[in-house]
Design a protein around this ligand. Structure first.
Ligand code: GUN
Length: 291
C-alpha cells in the first residue's frame, strides 16, 4: 500500500478561512474583535519564527494581535506582572507565553498564572483537568489539530486502537485524552515501554510525538494504519545545510500506512489554525456567547 498523504496545509487553510468568517460574524452580531497576546522572552530563533507566524495568522483571521517581546533577563516577577495585566485587559481574549522560557523562570508558575478562560494553549491545570474529565474547556492546539487530520481520513474512530508515542503534557497526554473521548482504545507509549516497535505495530492510529528524528520506521507501522507525525526536528543535510524531518521515516512508513502526514506541511500548520480557533472560542465563552 502507498499511503494517502494528509494535506495539513490545505486543511489548516480551510479551517483558518472558517475562523475568519466566525470572526466577521462575531463582529457583526456583538461588536467584538477577538484579541490574542503572545509573550516571547529571549531570542530563541525558532521561537521568534513561531511568534512572527502566529502574529501574521492572527491578523489574517481578522483578530487583534498583541506581541510582547521581552529580554532574556526578564525576571519571573516581571513576567508574572505582565500576565496579570493581560488577564485584566478586556481587549485580550487569549494569552500565549511562548515556550521554552529561560532557565531562571519557572514555566509552571507562569502557565498557572494565566487565567484559564484566556488559556488558549490549554496548558493550565484547570483546562488539563477539564479535558481529563470530559468537560468543555480550552484544548491544547497540536493535539486538537492532529485530531482534525485523523478525522479528515477516518470519521469513524470508535473502537480503533490508537498508540501515542510520547507522554508530554503539551502533546502526548492531551492527545491520549482526545482519542479516548473519541472512543478509541488508547495506549500511551514512551521511552520505557517494552518493545516499542511491537506496540506501535498494533496501532490503527499511530501518533509519534517524541522529538527524535525519524525514529519510527516502516516496520513499526501496521498495514493501512493512519500515521500522524508530530515531530519537527532540524537535522544536517547536504552542503552544510539543514532540513526538517519528523519523528517518522516518511518513505518507509508511507509504504505501509493507509494515510500519513508529511513534515513539513502536516501537523505544523494545524497548530496555529487551532490556536486561532481557541482564541475565537475564548472570546465567545468569556462573554457567554453561543459557540
Ligand atoms: N513552543 C512550542 N510549541 C508551543 C506551543 O504550542 N505553545 C507555546 N506556548 N509554546 C510552544
Amino acid at each position: 500500500m502507498t499511503a494517502r498523504q494528509i494535506d495539513g496545509k490545505q486543511i489548516a487553510a480551510d479551517l483558518r478561512a472558517a475562523i475568519a468568517l466566525g470572526v466577521d460574524e462575531l463582529e457583526e452580531a456583538h461588536r467584538v474583535t477577538p484579541g490574542l497576546a503572545v509573550v516571547l522572552v529571549g531570542e530563541d530563533p525558532a521561537s521568534q519564527v513561531y511568534v512572527r507566524n502566529k502574529g501574521k495568522a492572527t491578523l489574517e483571521a481578522g483578530m487583534k494581535s498583541f506581541e510582547h517581546k521581552l529580554p532574556a533577563t526578564t525576571t519571573q516577577a516581571e513576567l508574572l506582572e505582565i500576565v496579570q495585566r493581560l488577564n485584566a485587559d478586556d481587549s485580550i481574549d487569549g494569552i500565549l507565553v511562548q515556550l521554552p522560557l529561560p532557565k531562571h523562570i519557572d514555566a509552571s508558575a507562569v502557565l498557572d498564572a494565566i487565567h484559564p478562560d484566556k488559556d488558549v494553549d490549554g496548558f493550565h491545570p484547570i483546562n488539563a483537568g477539564r479535558l481529563a474529565i470530559g468537560r468543555p474547556g480550552l484544548v491544547p492546539c497540536t493535539p486538537s489539530g492532529s485530531m482534525r487530520l485523523i478525522r479528515s481520513v477516518e470519521p469513524k474512530l470508535a473502537g480503533k486502537h490508537a498508540v501515542v508515542i510520547g507522554r508530554s503534557n503539551i502533546v502526548g497526554k492531551p492527545m491520549g485524552q482526545l482519542l479516548l473521548a473519541a472512543d478509541c482504545t488508547v495506549t500511551i507509549a514512551h521511552s520505557k515501554t517494552a518493545d516499542l516497535p511491537a506496540m506501535a505495530r498494533q496501532a490503527d492510529i499511530l501518533i509519534a510525538a517524541v522529538g527524535r528524528p525519524e525514529m519510527v520506521t516502516g516496520d513499526w507501522v501496521k498495514q493501512g494504519a493512519i500515521v500522524i507525525d508530530v515531530g519537527i526536528n532540524r537535522v544536517p543535510a547536504a552542503e552544510g545545510k539543514t532540513k526538517l524531518v519528523g519523528d517518522v521515516q516518511y518513505a518507509s512508513a508511507a509504504a505501509k500506512a493507509g494515510a500519513i502526514t508529511p513534515v513539513p506541511g502536516g501537523v505544523g500548520p494545524m497548530t496555529i489554525a487551532c490556536l486561532l480557533e481557541n482564541t475565537l472560542r475564548a472570546a465567545k465563552l468569556r462573554r457567554g456567547i453561543k459557540l
